[in-house]
Design a protein around this ligand. Sequence first.
Ligand code: SAM
Length: 306
Amino acid sequence: MLAGMQTLSEIRALLAEAQLAPRRRLGQNFLIDANLMGKLVALADPSPGQTVLEVGAGTGSLSEALLARCAPDGRVVAVEADAGLGRLLRRRLGERANLTLICGDALAGKHAIAPDVLAAAGPEAVLVANLPYSIATPLLAEALATTWHTDHGSAATPCALRCLTVTVQQEVADRLTAAAGVGAYGPVSVLVSLLGGGTIGPAVPPEAFWPRPKVASRMLRIDYDARAAGRIDALDALRRLLTAAFAQRRKRIGSLPRRCAATLEPAAVAAALDAGGIDPDARPQAVPPEHYRRAANALVRCDLGR
Ligand code: SAM
């Protein structure tokens, strides 16, 4: 049995004692399958001595397994947005010397990880989490971006998150790992592909959670690839280009210079698409990650992006 793993009746009892009930809005589906929880920890494979960031600690089932795994020198930074669960966690695990508990939102708005979370986890940590649906995509995109900015000396709060092991809804996993040409392909697929490599882990059926979600989930590990990421000259330019390109994914990419005039210089975008070897007749969904990278680098070299 995995250290600290809570059964369904233990989670029910903990919530009842704290007079709490699962909140759907916060994606509170607790993983109750010990075998699958063990698989998540095995996929992450954190070493003793490492700092592990857990987002969405819930009742602390995974947190305890992670604490056992990275003892005696490592530590766990556990973040929980629900104030009631935060109090429950503090009562149960607050005394642990190698645990930092943060009660609050892991994200600061949609486009940044909360600075106090990064400050607590930095300068280097791995992320291991059963993520709530609503924050999975932005959190993983920002974790990769923060690592890029940390490596390039431009992070406001340096924190390199070089390994991200998570359970997410199958649909999110599909988006994160989609190749060009596939329906799920979008900005986050390009980011994952250019900044790291994804390993698909075990499928997680709805009955592995309580309460049962409507859809299946998937474990996934993304390893940041510093060499590949180093070929991106300016991540923000790449992200702006991707946002603009996928804003109207049915339109030919050749119309992008005209469409994105409010945020990017049209002449520079036209030159950048050309430098990226992008066929103007292609739809944004058909353009491979590498072509977006080359186009974004050209955009930066022109120094014409607004
Ligand atoms: N770690 C537990 C487990 O493995 O069973 C619970 C995982 S549950 C899928 C997701 C948890 O994330 C919930 O406890 C929820 O309250 C918390 N959560 C939701 N949104 C959050 C946010 N923005 N920041 C931090 N935690 C959040």
